[in-house]
Design a protein around this ligand. Sequence first.
Ligand code: NAP
Length: 335
Amino acid sequence: MTATNRQIRLARRPVGEVRAEDWAHGAEPVPAAGPGQFVGRTRYVSLDPAMRGWLDDRPSYLPPVGLGEVMRAGSVVEVVESDHPKFRVGDHVVGSFGVQEYVVSDGKGALKVDPALAPLSTYLGALGMPGMTAYFGLLDVGALKEGETVVVSGAAGAVGSLVGQIARIKGCRVVGIAGGPEKCALLTGELGFDAAIDYHSEDLRKALRDHAPDGIDVYFDNVGGDVLDAALTRLAMHARVVLCGAISQYNNETAVQGPSNYLSLLVRRARMEGFVVFDYAPRYPEAARELAGWIADGRIKVKEHVVEGTVDDFPTVLGMLFRGENTGKLVLRLS
Ligand code: NAP
């Protein structure tokens, strides 16, 4: 193969917000598939808040991306050359293939997906990692019960929009917290949430009192910081606080802002528990089956924010997550 493989590599470790100079844009020839390998051409790249954490040189649930390495990213590729017994030319495959136009893979960690069953982008969203995160975070970690009050932050995002809809399916009252009137209108309109709070313009504590008068049974936290603090003041007895993420803290140059109201966990006999979705990998098929059923019967509306571009647009598109410019799952479609 003589094509060129454009790639985005980590040039230096960002301090605070990620900047254009933190990335190196390069190109190299596309290698041929060796024995037991396939070559995939990237169709969709996933943009995830966790990417910010992978750039820091500190211990986490995955090793940091090394300086000079191709940026780690989930993507959907189309097999264009293969010497692999399981992956044929024309197959579509999801995996952690990085921000690059082509990947050579031995198939480890790769999953064949069917574009006839769902749009390819959905395998990075509702039927992919964010879907699994919403499903297991809410039902397993949150131990949700029918009739409870659920509050979710980052509610118009990839994970949050699914958390709220799953909670509605399970017969719960759902309050979403999101930035801006358009996102809030989406939540209470198309997505069927019972209430939405615009944390940019509303008094969050008062709004939580109004919309969760009997307290919050499950708070699903995607953002941390002040929003987490406010939610902690409204916990019901035996509440569960699901620590999914804390995007408001990912660009901090100083220490993470901890919750000052954590003693409400004691008073309310509540628990706060973090989780990493990858631990649920053996159970992904179970969640994917159920989510696909809810999508097919219209009980889950899939929200995706697809940006058309090239791998060179990756740094700009990544920044959209931190500026709240996405609604639903953010993906880069390589044109
Ligand atoms: P997302 O919600 O689709 O996108 C990020 C959203 O965060 C933005 O649209 C923005 O929405 C909000 N945001 C950005 N800066 C903020 C700030 N300073 N304060 C409050 N909100 C802010 O992203 P996602 O992929 O669904 O991820 C959501 C969370 O889940 C992230 O924290 C992520 O790290 C976490 N996560 C965890 C796991 C796990 O295994 N634990 C797996 C996947 C994702 P607004 O406009 O509403 O502010």
